[in-house]
Structure formats: structure tokens, C-alpha cells
Design a protein around this ligand. Structure first.
Ligand SMILES: [Zn+2]
Length: 308
């Protein structure tokens, strides 16, 4: 049993500091039950001052600090992960589902002195409009309308009845109501002049460029990483920076799927940036925890190394 006692006494200071794994705890406790000498040694180690005096307390203290940091970072990581999950769910549920034009989806009737009341069908849960004078100088106004719904609205909306809006032009000109289907089909004039020339709203492509930039940055950083692989500090720096393009790419996939064209660019871009920042802080935390774990493994005495 002599050999076992030696092992137990090596672990005792860590055991007294509550810094060993549950397996080691039960191993030590089992031994203490049956070994009087080690029990006495343990009682002494527990007394404040003694243990520190006997052993070099500094590495132990450092170890303890690192373990505390690991704990805090793990809690933060969980919080960030939950937040990212909520934002992702919101991004998916709130994504606009533009409605193709159909008879009666949107109608209009004149109100008051030159105003127009625009009325949407019940399936429309959100809409947007823009009223502006004819850019070619004609004596009329355009009122461009988009209408959409979302998974959230379909499942949880308690809106009753039809949505509507009333618009008034600044000058006493007639209004042409134009519906933008946002699906690659031609715009439709649902009110006013029949000789509407039409047009198509094209999706905006900026998200594709940003995604391309993120991938290019990732590739550049991967090359930089290979170049500085052997210089520990630079490598860590490159790895930390490299996590952002990764976070951005994941954010893009969650918000826009694999599409790069968008009919709701400001919304999508804002959500991607917001989500990517959350994910980035999560990845940084995970990276920090991983590094701490590695350091702890390297600085811990050999007998607790295997149990971690
Ligand atoms: Zn013993």
C-alpha cells in the first residue's frame, strides 16, 4: 500500500482545494477511509496556512484562476449560444414570404380629396408602400406596394380582418397603384391608368458580394496561418481573426440559406451582421476555453492528466 499512499499524498493538496475530477475524489475518499496515516496528512493539509507553507502555492493559485476563468467562459458561452439560437429562430420565422399577385390581393378606392385607400386581402400580414411623383415628369403619382407574410404571422398572428393604408399625394394628381411581387415577375398596375408600362423589381445582390468577401478573407487567413504556423503568438492571432469570416458565413446561411439574392436586403444584412457578431463572440469563447483546457492539461500533474 506504500505506493498508493505516495500517490494519495501527491494528490491531497489538489483534493483539499477541490481541484480534482469526481473519479479522483472517490479514489481519494476510498483510500482515506482505510488509511489512518493519509487521513492525518489530509487533516493537516486542510488547515489554512499549513498547505501553502509546505507546498509552492503559486502554480496552484494560477491553476485555480484558470479553472475559474474556464467556468465563467463556459457560462458565457452557453448564454451566447442561447441568444444566437433565439436570433436564428427569429430570422427564420420572420423572413418575409412575398405574395404573388392575384386578383383581389390588393385593391384601392379613392378617398377624400385626391387620396387613395389601399386594401389588402386577409393573407397579407405585412406590407410596405412608397408614394412618389412620376420620375419622368408626368402629372401623376406612383404608389408602389409590396405585401408579404411570414411563418411567424401564419402560425401566431392574431391579426383580424384586412390591412389597409391611406395615401395622399402632395399635388392634386391621380395615383397609379403598382404591385411589386418580388418574385421575378412583372410589376402589376392594380389601380389607375391601364397603360402602365410595367417593370420588374430585381433582387439585390450585395449579400453575395459580402459572402464572397468572407470566403476570400477566410482563404487569405488560411494561407497566413500556414505561414505563421510555427510562431505561437501570431498563429493564435490569425486563428482569432479567422473566426469572424466563419461566423459571417454561418450567419449568412442561417438568415438567407444558400441564396445570395435578396428582396429585403437591409433586413437580411442587419440580421446577418447581428448574428455573426453573436456567433463570433461564441466562437472566441469556445476557442478560449479550448486553449485553457489545453493549458490546464499541460500544467496539471501527470496523475490527474488522464482523468481530464
Ligand atoms: Zn495512505
Amino acid at each position: 500500500m506504500r505506493n498508493e499512499c505516495n500517490i494519495i499524498r501527491d494528490i491531497l493538496p489538489l483534493y483539499a482545494e477541490d481541484m480534482v475530477s469526481p473519479d479522483t475524489v472517490s479514489y481519494v475518499e476510498e483510500h482515506l477511509k482505510s488509511c489512518e496515516a493519509c487521513r492525518r496528512e489530509y487533516e493537516q493539509a486542510k488547515e489554512p496556512g499549513r498547505a501553502e507553507g509546505k507546498r509552492d502555492a503559486v502554480p496552484l493559485l494560477k491553476l485555480r484562476k484558470k479553472m475559474a476563468a474556464k467556468k465563467i467562459q463556459t457560462i458565457l458561452l452557453t448564454a451566447v449560444f442561447v441568444a444566437a439560437l433565439l436570433v436564428s429562430a427569429f430570422a427564420v420565422l420572420d423572413a418575409p414570404v412575398y405574395l404573388p399577385y392575384s386578383e383581389g390581393l390588393v385593391t384601392a378606392e379613392p378617398v377624400g380629396d385626391g387620396g387613395l385607400c389601399i386594401i389588402f386581402d386577409e393573407e397579407v400580414t405585412e406590407f410596405d408602400y412608397a408614394l412618389y411623383p412620376d420620375p419622368e415628369g408626368g402629372s401623376f403619382y406612383y404608389c408602389e406596394v409590396q405585401a408579404w407574410t411570414s411563418l411567424w404571422d401564419k402560425w401566431f398572428s392574431d391579426k383580424d380582418g384586412k390591412l389597409s393604408a391611406i395615401v395622399f399625394p402632395k399635388e392634386p394628381f391621380p395615383i397609379k397603384g403598382v404591385y411589386l411581387p418580388n418574385d421575378g415577375n412583372e410589376n402589376i398596375c392594380f389601380y389607375g391608368d391601364a397603360d402602365y408600362e410595367g417593370g420588374i423589381v430585381l433582387p439585390r445582390l450585395s449579400l453575395g458580394y459580402y459572402l464572397f468577401l468572407a470566403v476570400a478573407a477566410l482563404v487569405a487567413l488560411a494561407i497566413a496561418w500556414l505561414a505563421v504556423k510555427k510562431k505561437a503568438e501570431l498563429r493564435v492571432c490569425v486563428e482569432r481573426i479567422g473566426l469572424y469570416p466563419i461566423a459571417y458565413i454561418i450567419g449568412h446561411c442561417i438568415v438567407s440559406g444558400f441564396r445570395t439574392a435578396s428582396y429585403s436586403l437591409p433586413r437580411d444584412f442587419f440580421l446577418i451582421v447581428f448574428l455573426s457578431l453573436l456567433l463570433y463572440s461564441g466562437l472566441l469563447l469556445a476557442y478560449g476555453i479550448w486553449r485553457l483546457k489545453k493549458e490546464l492539461k499541460e500544467s496539471a500533474p501527470p496523475y490527474i492528466r488522464s482523468s481530464r
